[in-house]
Structures are given as structure tokens and as C-alpha cells.
Design a protein around this ligand. Structure first.
Ligand code: IMP
Ligand code: MG
Length: 189
């Protein structure tokens, strides 16, 4: 599969290191929220991670194991790059949203911020439920023009405007299982 890559942009060791750092920062911030409201770190039902499926699946699995407090998951599925497209076709919700976010501390998790449409849509739907707090964490922040501005609290890496795969990110459903993040080779280039 690595033969289909033009180059590796971020390797597995760099990713692991950065995910660890993000975890520490997020854990400190969420524990701070619990402390301010007088909840214990093992208080149930206070923290909900909302990962955007499918791209965030590997990032989620690694990141959530760095968070040492009681938390639950409320998955949402969104598609914006149907089939063999490498430009956003607009975000479409493919699942129901968790319905019990009122008063909770929510952390939205996605693989990559590109046009911003996906995160802007999910964030505004979540804010309608009046959570106690709502943060956004992305592994990759693509340097490109945003269709929607999104307040990102945590970003793992800033990357150039290229189509990347691996570590959960796909092209036409494939390459999610690559342990590294790479730029896809364009045929004939
Ligand atoms: P946005 O709505 O344009 O910000 O796109 C975000 C979504 O598009 C992400 O959740 C990814 O699933 C997908 N996406 C954006 N850029 C890439 C890429 O370079 N490779 C793979 N998927 C991408
Ligand atoms: Mg996605």
C-alpha cells in the first residue's frame, strides 16, 4: 500500500508522540472543567466524546486511551468525499446525533479540518443542545481556504493543501489502515 503514496508526510512515531501531547492537554482542560463545577474525575455522564466517523476512528482509539477520566462516546457519521473525490462535496449527516448532550462537556473529534463544513455543521447541531462546554480536536489542520470558519481548540499537525491518506483517512474507502499519513500518488504525475 505504501507504493500508492507519493511520500510519507507524518510517520507513526511522530503521530504517537503528538497524540500523547494532545491527550495530556485535553485531559488537563477537561479535568479543569470538572474541578470548576465541583465534579470528581470519575463523575459519570459529564464528558462525552463525539467522534466523526469514519475518518477519526484510529485517532479516537489512540486519543481516548490518553484520557484518564470517566467518559462516554456518542458517534456521528458524516460523508463529504463520496467515492473517488478529493474535494469536499458538502457535509452530509449519515447518522443521528447523540441526543443527551445538554449540560455535558463535549469534545468533538475529527481526522482533518479542510473546508470546515463538517465541523461547522456538527458543532452548530451540538450547540443547539446547550452543552456545558464544546471543544473541537482535529489531528490535521489543512492549510486551505475555509468555506466555514471553525474554532479549533486542539490541532495535531498543520499540513499543506494535499490529499492525504492513512491513520484513518481514506481515498475511496481504502488506506485507512496505513499506520503512517501520506500523500496519495496521483496517476500519471
Ligand atoms: P471538510 O468538511 O471539508 O472540512 O472536510 C472534512 C472531512 O473530509 C474530514 O472529516 C475527512 O473525512 C475528509 N477529508 C478532508 N480532507 C481529506 C484528505 O486529505 N484525505 C482524506 N479525507 C479528507
Ligand atoms: Mg470525516
Amino acid at each position: 500500500m505504501h507504493h500508492d503514496l507519493e511520500r510519507i508526510l507524518i510517520d507513526r512515531d511522530e503521530i504517537a508522540l503528538r497524540v500523547h501531547e494532545l491527550g495530556e492537554q485535553i485531559a488537563a482542560d477537561l479535568l479543569g472543567e470538572l474541578d470548576r463545577e465541583g465534579s470528581a474525575p470519575d463523575a459519570s455522564g459529564r464528558i462525552v466524546l463525539v467522534p466523526i466517523m469514519v475518518g477519526s476512528v484510529i485517532f479516537l482509539a489512540d486519543l481516548m486511551r490518553q484520557l484518564p477520566m470517566k467518559l462516554s462516546l456518542g458517534l456521528v457519521a458524516v460523508t463529504s468525499y463520496p467515492g473517488q473525490s478529493t474535494t469536499s462535496k458538502g457535509a452530509q449527516l449519515r447518522s443521528e446525533l447523540p441526543t443527551d448532550l445538554s449540560g455535558k462537556h463535549v469534545l468533538i473529534i475529527d481526522d482533518i479540518l479542510d473546508s470546515g463544513r463538517t465541523l461547522a455543521m456538527i458543532r452548530s447541531l451540538i450547540l443547539e443542545q446547550n452543552p456545558a462546554s464544546c471543544r473541537i480536536c482535529v489531528l490535521l489542520d489543512k492549510q486551505t481556504e475555509r468555506a466555514e470558519e471553525v474554532p479549533v481548540d486542539y490541532a495535531g499537525f498543520t499540513i499543506p493543501d494535499a490529499f492525504v491518506v492513512g491513520y484513518g483517512l481514506d481515498y475511496d474507502g481504502h488506506y485507512r489502515n496505513l499506520p503512517d499519513i501520506g500523500v496519495l500518488r496521483v496517476e500519471g504525475a
